[in-house]
Ligand binder design. Structure first.
Ligand code: RUQ
Ligand code: CUA
Length: 653
């Protein structure tokens, strides 16, 4: 246990020195030197060759997911999720706008932290990847054969969906926890009434086995702490999920000090199978709630529906559904080892890494080894559930992942390193500095029952002096580390988009052959689709003009349009007639106040344009698609309001 003096020291290191505490401990041998012998060969993927793994890095405050290859660190694609993306028209095209609807209205941005691959039998199954929106609580599902967002569900009554969306071992649920406790349901109360009025919620979102469709199954009402991160159990601990909490002090101001008082906070151990039963027995209450559920249908069209009501379970009505595991000290990450027996916590300010035992936890529950309760939730005796403590691991433990050989790897934010330790004796075996101030780390498959123990990725917050400086903002960094030997070996370091919090990776062979190449034009069910050039047309309906347009190398039909007037709203419905892989066409028109369209082969996308001056305006293809890409252009004429220029357009007969 940490002495008060040591606690002060750690606090001083964390807050006094700020983030820079990092560089004090980790002396950069930054210049490539002898330490890097052989590294280049390990990460070099020759031109034209494929990487061995896909890695999915969250974009953090970019709201997106970035797809990289490993070991090369090459960026392949940014998948737009919670943030509008003018490059692809995501959140701007009429078909995708509904995806960003929430109960707060249209929300074109979020903070995305934790990508989480779907699992079957505690292994990555390569079907979907889920990710959380932190700020306006949401969970998204991305289809891995299209690498496109297909569904977003809002999490009602939640505030700060940080501990999310971790997947249970058979993707029965994605779980989410409120980072911030709030008056729930919301009401107008003094902030000073936190202890009486503020509470948290842990949410279970069910995932349909076949379609992936997400449904808010139930929520559990918990005391007003800050719930930070989560991991469902696996193997013997399947049916349980673990959630860290901090601020058990219930402070509302200056949390850096006021929420760092208690020697231990809690991990909430939730028996979700029992919660399911209690809900089935009608023990949950119906809370008012309003939340959006958005999805892309088979016609590639987005829909948004507003749902209401949530089933909320009070722990007092379902005894045994939740226990608190005392855990030093403001724990952040919680991670379950491949066997499902060990539950490892990263206490940001703790001097040790505590490892809880699931089997001991079960015994302690059976023997009622409690030391008290928090709002009726039994608190287990620390010593009864502890498997062991890793001594002197470093400073600021955050997150832990696992290899296939019984080793654990914990990221140390303050001392800016990764420490490798053994699950057998909890002894530290190796440590490696990372540059700088690591948050999450990721081992390929490190959260499954069978990690692929080849590489580890460090996701670092600070890159001072690592890359060419780029003004006040510097890129965050990912660092690839070889973990095949006894000693960890730094291989590669590459910048990332936004702020990668967590990442997931999967063998390329598991999904690369499932990649969709085109959408079927014959099966295009968009009501605004134009399946052949002969069908292209322009129609006026009152003050709106619909342009049903096709694109194919290297022209649009129609490419001359007249009869539009000031005061009209023009919808360009562009169908890409190509049925060939990797031939999107773009569409942009002068003065458009939204974005381009990037239309995939066989797909229809619609952009809205409100002309605001009289004249003749060009439109063109933005994606260099062919030798005559520059010829892929056209004009639209805008006349004064009330003009007698008739609607006219050119199209083959
Ligand atoms: S985290 S601050 Cu996953 Cu360590 Cu978001
Ligand atoms: Cu089509 Cu460029």
């Amino acid at each position: 246990m940490m002495s008060p003096r040591l606690t002060r020291l750690v606090l001083a290191a964390a807050f006094g020195a700020g983030l820079l505490g990092a560089s004090a401990c980790a002396k950069p041998s930054a210049k490539a030197g002898p330490g890097f012998a052989g590294a280049a060969e390990k990460v070099y993927v020759p031109p034209g060759k494929y990487d061995e793994y896909y890695a999915f890095l969250s974009g953090g405050f970019s709201g997106q997911i970035a797809v990289y290859g490993l070991p090369s660190g090459r960026l392949f694609r940014v998948i737009p999720v919670f943030s509008q993306d003018p490059e692809k028209g995501w959140g701007y095209s009429e078909q995708t706008k509904p995806m960003l609807m929430t109960s707060y209205g249209f929300v074109p941005w979020d903070d995305a932290h934790h990508p989480s691959l779907s699992k079957t039998d505690a292994l990555n199954d390569g079907r979907w990847i889920f990710i959380n929106g932190n700020n306006t609580p949401r969970i998204a599902r991305v289809d891995l054969s299209e690498m496109d967002t297909k569904e977003i569900i809002e999490i009602p009554n939640s505030a700060g969906n940080h501990g999310s969306p971790f997947v249970t071992q058979g993707t029965e649920y994605v779980v989410g926890a409120t980072r911030f406790s709030v008056p729930s349901p919301q009401k107008d109360v003094p902030i000073s009434s936190y202890k009486e009025n503020f509470t948290g919620l842990i949410s279970f979102v069910a995932v349909d086995k076949n379609t992936g469709k997400m449904t808010l199954a139930f929520q559990i009402h918990v005391p007003g702490f800050d719930y930070d991160l989560a991991r469902p159990g696996k193997g013997p601990s399947h049916g349980w999920a673990f959630f860290t909490s901090y601020n058990t002090e219930q402070a509302t101001s200056l949390l850096e000090r006021n929420a760092s008082q208690n020697d231990k906070d809690y991990i909430a151990a939730v028996n979700w199978k029992q919660a399911e039963q209690c809900v089935a027995q009608g023990k949950a209450d119906n809370w008012p709630a309003k939340y959006a559920h958005n999805w892309i249908d088979e016609a590639q069209i987005g829909h948004s529906e507003m749902l209401s009501g949530a089933k909320v379970l009070e722990p007092s009505k379902c005894p045994g559904v939740i226990y608190y595991l005392p855990t030093p000290k403001s724990p952040h990450g919680v991670d379950v080892d491949p066997t499902g027996e060990y539950i490892v916590a990263g206490g940001k300010l703790a001097a040790v890494i505590p490892v809880h035992s699931f089997s001991k936890l079960q015994k302690a529950i059976a023997n009622k080894e409690f030391t008290g309760d928090a709002s009726g939730i039994p608190i287990l005796k620390y010593e009864s559930i502890l498997a062991g403590e890793v001594q002197k691991p470093g400073l600021g433990p955050l997150h832990t992942e696992f290899d296939a050989n019984g080793n654990a790897y914990t990221s140390m934010f303050i001392s800016s390193e990764i420490v490798k330790w053994s699950l057998k004796d909890f002894q530290v075996k190796d440590r490696i500095p990372v540059y700088y101030s690591i948050g999450h780390l990721m081992i390929i498959g490190g959260d499954t029952r069978k990690p692929d123990g080849k590489y580890m990725l460090a996701l670092n917050k600070i890159t001072k002096d690592r890359y060419l400086p780029t003004g006040p903002e510097l890129a965050q960094a990912a660092q690839l580390i070889d973990i095949t030997g006894d000693k960890m070996k730094m291989l590669l370091d590459f910048p990332t988009i936004g702020e990668p919090h967590y990442a997931q990776a999967i063998l390329a062979s598991a999904i690369k052959d499932k990649q969709l190449r085109t959408y079927s034009l014959a099966e295009n069910k968009d009501p605004c689709a134009t399946r052949e050039e002969k069908a292209a047309k322009v129609e006026r309906k009152g003050k709106t003009v619909h342009v049903y347009m096709t694109s194919i190398r290297s022209h649009f039909v129609p490419d001359n349009i007249e009869g539009v007037q000031l005061g009209d709203t023009v919808y360009f419905h562009v169908t890409n007639l190509e049925q060939d892989w990797d031939v999107p066409h773009g569409f942009a028109v002068t003065g458009a106040r939204n974005s381009e369209l990037l239309v995939m082969p066989g797909q229809t996308r619609t952009v809205t344009w409100v002309p605001e001056r009289v004249g003749v305006f060009p439109f063109y293809c933005t994606d260099f698609c062919s030798a005559l890409h520059q010829e892929m252009q056209g004009y639209i004429r805008v006349s004064a309001a009330g003009s007698n220029v008739p609607i006219a357009f050119n199209a083959p007969k």
